[in-house]
Design a protein around this ligand. Structure first.
Ligand code: THU
Length: 152
């Protein structure tokens, strides 16, 4: 799937954002390895802490449908009622949540969503260096090389 199409799906999801406190609306579109798209928007709460970001809504919704293999996520956001005019990178918590399922080198984080925002693509590992992953926990089947490349 084209990056522009995934960004369009994120912009569409943003329309459902429930953000009456921050008035900052975010949409995310998560692409699986097989080409299915799961979308999410931010959902806020009057008690604030239960608020969930668009990226985790998309990720958890996909995992709840049995998905485990992800290729990319597109993120679009901005103040309510405005077209996106700045890149919205995923927060630290969402980066960590993505790292549970997504390959640090291959998984792409795509930012954009506005005419003044040509798509920018990052690997998850670029956004989450020295990540604590299932591999760090010693789960053999997912064990990765240490980020430094050393073997001890
Ligand atoms: N938010 C997201 O949905 N994704 C991000 O990557 C950053 C922040 C939401 C959370 C909250 O509802 C609002 O944006 C302001 O922080």
């Amino acid at each position: 799937m084209e990056m522009e199409e995934l960004l369009r799906r994120a912009a569409q999801a943003r329309q459902n954002a429930y953000a009456p406190y921050s008035h900052f609306q975010v949409g995310a579109a998560l692409l699986t390895g097989e080409g299915t798209v799961y979308s999410g928007c931010n959902v806020e709460s009057a008690s604030f802490s239960p608020t969930c970001c668009a990226e985790r809504v998309a990720l958890f919704s996909a995992v709840a449908q049995g998905e485990r293999d992800f290729a990319a996520i597109a993120i679009v956001g901005g103040p309510e009622g405005e077209a996106p005019s700045a890149y919205v990178p995923p927060c630290g918590v969402c980066r960590q949540a993505l790292a549970e399922f997504c390959d640090l080198e291959r998984f792409q984080v795509i930012l954009g969503g506005g005419p003044s925002l040509p798509p920018r693509v990052y690997s998850l590992g670029e956004l989450l260096p020295l990540a604590f992953t299932p591999g760090t926990m010693g789960r053999k089947e997912e064990k990765e090389e240490p980020p430094c490349g050393c073997t001890t």
